[in-house]
Design a protein around this ligand. Structure first.
Ligand SMILES: Nc1nc2c(c(=O)[nH]1)N[C@H]1C(S)=C(S)[C@@H](COP(=O)(O)OP(=O)(O)OC[C@H]3O[C@@H](n4cnc5c(N)ncnc54)[C@H](O)[C@@H]3O)O[C@H]1N2
Ligand code: MOO
Length: 476
């Protein structure tokens, strides 16, 4: 099988050999890139002579931590105030302040059932009007009186309980009876009436000023409902980090089929929505080509706190990112990471509060850079408190089958989670998106690999995973 040629989707065999690091250095794409595992060039970008070789590559856990620190620092430097957004645009945002009730809930004593509001012991004389939800309440009920009431309606002053329709019986006194009761309707209970029954007292759920949710909570649909009930029109949320994506490469097409050595841009369509899902405000996704001047202008002129570039991180003839960063006076915080795929990824500080993450051009390598550098940076930048590292408590999942490791570097491998185990997916080569598109997450495989049962950290993807278990991921 030639490199890049996938195994049959239905073959329940191990991943294509060329996508598994081979410690013996044969038959694997990475080993062609990373040649000599015993020598000093195993990071792979040494031979290209940029001077940003293996000695600078950062171990994967450290790279993530550095990115999170950079994000927290950027947030502190930018010091952007919270913003008020209408409820209709608040979904997914992070509360900048505790959500405090602006009203008692319920805000008045209300009926929990359709039936009768009544005062004192029965039977009761029925008053002619009724009390509907959303309307002003009936006048004061005197002892011995009852009035029709709807669920949610304000309970009249003087009412001592609500009687459900189905627990009541009415008796129409004859019109020709003795004068005061002629035509009267009497209400009888069909079961014992307990004082206060089926009345929701004002403030049962909360009093005005109570903290309903802490600052830092994510606004979910349920939070939107609670905020509305509690009186909010425009909750205060944290500003979203602004991000701009610069897609490099003259070989990229925006539509149609690949032809004449040109290929479709897979990263432009993927990164904008992915960054949005990570909580960023995406200012633009721009194609820059392989033009160093245009890249310099775009990087130095960007209004974003985080600029992401794709491609151009290695040392090919048109790989401009390092040079442009140098010219822009940027400081490289991470220049290569000991991770496969994606080892040429980089993180640079452009100025106080502004960073650039350089994602490698190979699409899964770009995903690796996104998860390793951009996600922790954004998470820490969005967190409400400086002490939140931007790296959540790792979720670890036992492996269902062995995964080969790289001899020195961490590997990120797309997995599906089935019956509590992580199942590695094929098509995990640096240029492939087929595995990640079917994945529930990316397993973090330590150098040397992992055996079945070994618990691995699984990096979550920022969306609900959708592959149907029965038919999906048939290439595990
Ligand atoms: N001599 C060496 N060559 C390479 C090394 C190395 O260490 N020594 N590292 C390899 C690794 S690993 C990666 S990853 C890539 C990183 O390359 P760049 O970041 O400079 O990216 P490009 O060269 O521009 O592109 C690489 C590859 O990806 C394709 N690509 C780029 N952008 C897109 C896109 N938006 N959508 C789809 N595909 C894209 C591009 O056509 C190339 O095939 O370098 C290796 N080389
Ligand atoms: O393997 Mo490269 O690391 O494709 O990113």
């Amino acid at each position: 099988m030639s490199p890049g040629q996938p195994a049959s989707p239905s073959t329940p065999t191990p991943a294509p050999a060329q996508e598994q690091p081979q410690p013996d250095g044969h038959g694997h794409e990475h080993d062609h890139e990373g040649q000599n595992h015993e020598g000093h060039d195993h990071e792979g970008h040494g031979p290209k002579g940029h001077g940003h070789g293996h000695h600078r590559a950062t171990p994967w856990p450290e790279a993530r931590a550095l990115a999170a620190r950079a994000g927290a620092g950027a947030r502190a430097a930018a010091d952007r105030p919270p913003v008020r957004v209408p409820l209709g645009r608040a979904l997914g945002r992070t509360l900048a302040e505790p959500l405090r009730a602006l009203t008692d809930l319920p805000s008045f004593d209300s009926s929990a059932m359709d039936g009768w509001a009544l005062a004192g012991p029965g039977p009761w004389t029925v008053r002619e009007e009724s009390v509907l939800a959303g309307h002003a309440g009936a006048a004061v009920l005197a002892p011995g009186e009852a009035v029709r009431i709807a669920t949610g309606a304000r309970v009249p002053t003087g009412a001592t309980a609500v009687l459900r329709t189905e627990h009541s019986r009415t008796e129409h006194l004859r019109d020709e009876g003795p004068a005061p009761s002629a035509g009267t309707v009497l209400l009888h209970p069909l079961r014992e009436v307990v004082p206060g029954q089926d009345i929701r007292p004002r403030g049962q759920e909360c009093r005005a000023g109570d903290e309903l949710l802490p600052a830092g909570s994510v606004v979910t649909p349920a939070v939107l409902g609670l905020a509305a009930a509690a009186g909010y029109d425009e909750p205060a949320v944290l500003p979203r980090p602004r991000v701009e994506v610069l897609v490099l490469g003259d070989e990229l097409l925006s539509s149609g089929l690949p032809h004449d050595g040109l290929i479709r841009d897979a990263l432009g369509p993927m990164l904008g929505p992915w960054l949005t899902a990570l909580g960023a405000e995406v200012l633009a996704v721009r194609r820059i080509g392989d033009d160093a001047g245009a890249l310099y202008e775009a990087v130095t002129g960007s209004a974003a706190e985080l600029v992401l570039t794709t491609g151009g991180t290695a040392a090919g003839p048109v790989d401009h990112v390092h040079r442009v960063l140098d010219e822009a006076g940027a400081t490289l915080l991470v220049d290569g990471v000991k991770v496969r795929p994606g080892h040429p990824m980089l993180l640079a500080r452009l100025d106080a509060g502004r960073h650039l993450v350089g994602l490698p051009g190979n699409p899964l390598a770009a995903v690796s850079g996104l998860l390793t550098l951009a996600a922790p940076l954004l998470a820490a930048g969005a967190a409400g408190a400086a002490d939140i590292a931007g790296i959540a408590e790792p979720e670890t999942v036992p492996l269902r089958e062995a995964v080969q490791g790289h001899p020195y570097d961490t590997r990120l491998v797309p997995v599906v989670c089935r019956d509590g185990s992580a199942v590695p997916l094929h098509y995990n080569g640096p240029a492939m998106l087929r595995g990640i598109a079917a994945a529930d997450g990316m397993a973090v495989v330590p150098p040397g690999g992992a055996e079945p049962g070994h618990r691995l950290e699984v990096l979550a993807l920022p969306w609900p995973t959708a592959t149907p278990p029965a038919q999906g991921a048939c290439f595990t």
